[in-house]
Design a protein around this ligand. Structure first.
Ligand SMILES: [Zn+2]
Length: 671
């Protein structure tokens, strides 16, 4: 109490509780004012903020003059900015997998977004820090980073819930706005700011479609991508403000980076994920070191790769050698950040498997060393990125010897960094819900073909197919915006240019189905099945088209074909049940819904349907039992009591009917 008395003399009467609070606060302030020299602070916290799809050259601190990014610029002023930082893959999930394992995609095996999950065997930054006593939390903004992809490994808290889009609704709802992500991140911070913590915040706003909220929609009316970047800057600022308000800023390592850039039309690519040019491989990367004596407003040329982040962060946190990192392929650049050492020359690899997995065009691999970058493709490319940062002049023909050296180096490095398991994966199927979610985010994700399935074919160069890709991309976007006429036109043109494109036929089929052009839709899905026999997503769609068109026999056949491959698919049993109801085959309908119920016992609709079928069949006791199952799941289900009332009346059970009617009355008048 003595100290409180002194305090009271300084600031006036406090009362015992607030006195203690103020004292604690004063001590905290004193500690942070004295810095690390006086009293040993706890281990530094780590805050990683990934702003998806953010080009380095769209930020003020990277020299862009047409935008205001004051908060990111301020962070750079408080730390070290890496001028040349690179991602190994221009896609969200694989790039984050590289960030959080410190390994190349050829090693961690997450090559695109069509079914690869990060293996539980991989050590992640979160598992490493958790083993060192950190509390770990993450808030992500897009369904492509949902926990089921394995990217949540090591996080005690992982916020990733997104509503499922419906087939008819292609609006991009499998993502969250930055303000919501930040709000949730700060709630976590409130509960976990005591111990050393690792917080990862993922902001998705600069990802297409570019629809910045007010006032950025007006301020950047002609450059909506920039508007999303400016909006992300504001959200980053809210995180920084919260860290400062809680006295956590100084003792935190803050790493800001993106997973990949955005082409914005360069090389004919509109967004990202297709090519491996620097429009999408070059990323911003800023380190704000813990402590008040850290480097400020320093810029280093690089190169620093995403895989270098883990060893560097662990070194800054004082954990090098204290946590196990047996697999990490990157290098520690901590002393370069401090200006104590220059960076060694290093190769930087990148890949794009999307053209191959989704379209059966050639994959793209690249390697960079010094000023030169080589891209391995059917038409190979070599660029002098110092003289030609836009990668416009292909030097391959002029400097073939050098190009071949780079090619040999690339093949050697791929072999060196690969894990045997992670080579081009086998054909995988994609469940319909995932397909719809990805579609709602603008990704067209079909299960991939394996290398063996396309072996021996001359795969087209993606450069020569970018227009077909854009037609499919734009057609899908038009469909998402319910502009079905335009969608059909663009996708038909894609099909005309590339008649063997499974994706183009599939998307066109979807558009025809939505617009009730059932015959045309059927034709497209049949074409897909010709290109890939037994493909279950196409079979499902074909069945739906038959149902909608009243061709029940064909629909039944298609559903059964899907069930032959996926016998435990509740949704297909449900659809099949609906089909049997439509054609008055009540026993088969009952069997199908019972199967669906067994597979999906929490669905309240299924027992309600079963009860209706049993009433129809005259099995009132069975119907009542089914209603009871529904009411067990949802005790205030009005439709449940309505059906129960109907059954009691049919059975002549007046007392029960009256009691049920009273419950109904109460439920109906409930506010
Ligand atoms: Zn991304």
């Amino acid at each position: 109490m003595l100290r409180c008395t002194v305090l009271e003399r300084r600031v006036g009467t406090l009362g015992r509780r607030s006195c203690t609070k103020v004292l604690a606060f004063a001590l905290l302030m004193l500690e942070s004012a004295l810095g690390s020299g006086a009293q040993q602070p706890g281990p530094p916290n780590l805050v990683v903020i990934t702003i998806d799809t953010l080009r380095a050259d769209r930020l003020g601190c990277y020299g862009y003059r047409n935008i205001k990014t004051p908060r990111i610029d301020a962070l750079a002023s408080d730390g070290v900015l890496v001028e040349n930082a690179y991602t190994p893959v221009p896609l969200t999930l694989p790039a984050h997998a590289s960030l959080f394992t410190g390994t190349y995609p050829v090693f961690h095996g997450v090559r695109d977004f069509t079914g690869d999950t990060l293996s539980e065997e991989r050590a992640t930054l979160a598992t490493m820090l958790r083993s060192a006593g950190y509390s770990t939390g993450a808030v992500v903004a897009s369904a492509v980073l949902e926990a089921r992809w394995g990217i949540n490994q090591g996080f005690d808290f992982y916020s990733d819930s997104f509503p499922s889009p419906t087939t008819q609704n292609w609006q991009p709802i499998a993502e969250r706005r930055g303000d919501e992500v930040v709000r949730e991140s700060l709630l976590w911070l409130e509960r976990n700011s005591r111990a050393p913590f690792f917080l990862w915040v993922h902001l998705y706003d600069p990802h297409d479609p570019y629809t910045p909220p007010s006032p950025y929609d007006r301020q950047y009316a002609t450059r909506p991508y920039d508007g999303e970047v400016a909006y992300s800057d504001e959200n980053l600022g809210r995180i920084i403000d919260a860290l400062k308000a809680r006295g956590l800023y100084d003792n935190s390592l803050i790493i800001l980076l993106s997973d990949h850039g955005e082409s914005l039309g360069e090389h004919g690519e509109k967004t990202h994920g297709f090519f491996v040019y620097d429009s999408t491989l070059r990323i911003p990367m800023i380190f704000k070191l813990p402590g008040t004596a850290g480097p400020r407003a320093r810029r280093i040329a690089g190169p620093v790769r995403i895989i270098d982040v883990i060893p560097t962060a662990l070194s800054i946190l004082g954990l090098s050698g204290k946590v196990r990192t047996p697999e990490v392929q990157g290098r520690n650049v901590h002393s370069a950040l401090l200006g104590k050492a220059s960076l060694s020359e290093v190769t930087s690899q990148a890949e794009s498997m999307l053209p191959f997995y989704q379209f059966e065009w050639s994959p793209l691999l690249s390697i960079r060393k010094g000023r030169f970058k080589y891209i391995d493709a059917p038409v190979p490319e070599l660029y002098d990125t110092a003289a030609d940062p836009g990668e416009m002049r292909n030097l391959y023909a002029d400097q073939k010897a050098l190009a071949l050296q780079f090619k040999a180096m690339l093949l050697g490095e791929v072999a060196r960094f690969s894990s045997r398991k992670a080579d081009v994966g086998p054909a995988q199927s994609m469940d319909p819900e995932t397909f719809e979610k990805l579609l709602s985010l603008g990704y067209i994700a079909h299960g991939r073909r394996s290398a063996a399935q396309v072996r021996g074919r001359n795969l087209p160069d993606p450069k020569e197919r970018i227009q077909v890709y854009n037609l499919i991309f734009d057609g899908t976007l038009a469909a998402r915006n319910a502009d079905y006429g335009r969608a059909a036109k663009l996708l038909s043109e894609a099909v005309r240019r590339e008649p063997v494109s499974l994706v183009a036929h599939f998307q066109l089929g979807v558009v025809y189905r939505v617009t009730n052009a059932f015959d045309r839709a059927e034709q497209e899905f049949r074409k897909v099945l010709e290109l890939r026999p037994g493909y279950d997503l196409a079979l499902r769609r074909l069945a739906e088209v038959h149902m909608a068109g009243g061709r029940y026999q064909e629909a039944e056949r298609a559903y059964k074909e899907v069930l032959a491959q996926s016998p435990d698919d509740a949704a297909v049993h449900f659809s099949l049940g609906g089909l049997y109801v439509t054609v008055d085959r009540w026993d088969e309908a009952l069997a199908a819904f019972r199967k669906a119920q067994a597979l999906n016992p929490k669905d309240v609709l299924i027992p309600m349907i079963i009860s209706r079928i049993l009433i129809k069949k005259g099995d009132l006791a069975g119907a009542l039992a089914a209603v009871q199952q529904a009411l067990n799941l949802k005790p205030d289900l009005i439709a449940g009591y309505e059906t129960a009332l109907e059954i009691y009346q049919k059975q002549g059970r007046a007392a029960e009917a009256e009691k049920t009617a009273r419950i109904l009355e109460r439920l109906r008048t409930k506010p």
